[in-house]
Write a protein that binds this ligand. Structure first.
Ligand SMILES: [Zn+2]
Length: 134
């Protein structure tokens, strides 16, 4: 795994079965994708923070046609975790989902057999429903 890229702590967290976001020390907002400055207030006081990755489903769809080497059909969606919207594959049937459902982002080996480039050996993540949510 490459340690010279800004996203390295994100993948290191996934390797530890955790999920990480960046948080701004000036405005306290979390964000992804990683950046050297806060996208909200432009402060350079940003650091990584691990989270339990429990969130809510913001939007979702079913892809009936996918790019080569991706599983088909595929359910993907946007999950809000710590106020950050994250695009993720969803490990649930499309018909079983509703907007606002509680989900958790969990590390996986990734789905399909597509080329992930320099991150080929890094863990990936997927969203799973949280049946234990209140
Ligand atoms: Zn900020």
């Amino acid at each position: 795994m490459r340690e010279d890229v800004i996203a390295a702590p994100f993948f290191e967290a996934l390797a530890d079965d955790a999920f990480a976001v960046q948080r701004c020390g000036a405005c306290d907002r979390a964000f992804l994708p990683p950046a050297p400055v806060c996208p909200h207030c432009h402060a350079a006081d940003v650091d990584w923070e691990r989270t339990d990755a429990r969130g809510r489903l913001y939007a979702f769809t079913e892809l009936l046609r996918t790019p080569p080497n991706f599983d088909e059909p595929a359910v993907v969606g946007t999950v809000v975790v710590e106020g950050v919207r994250v695009l993720a594959p969803i490990d649930a049937p499309y018909d079983a989902l509703s907007i606002g459902d509680p989900v958790a982002l969990v590390p996986t080996d990734g789905a399909g057999d597509h080329d992930r480039g320099r991150w080929a050996d890094a863990p990936f993540f997927t969203a799973e429903p949280r049946p234990d949510a209140e």
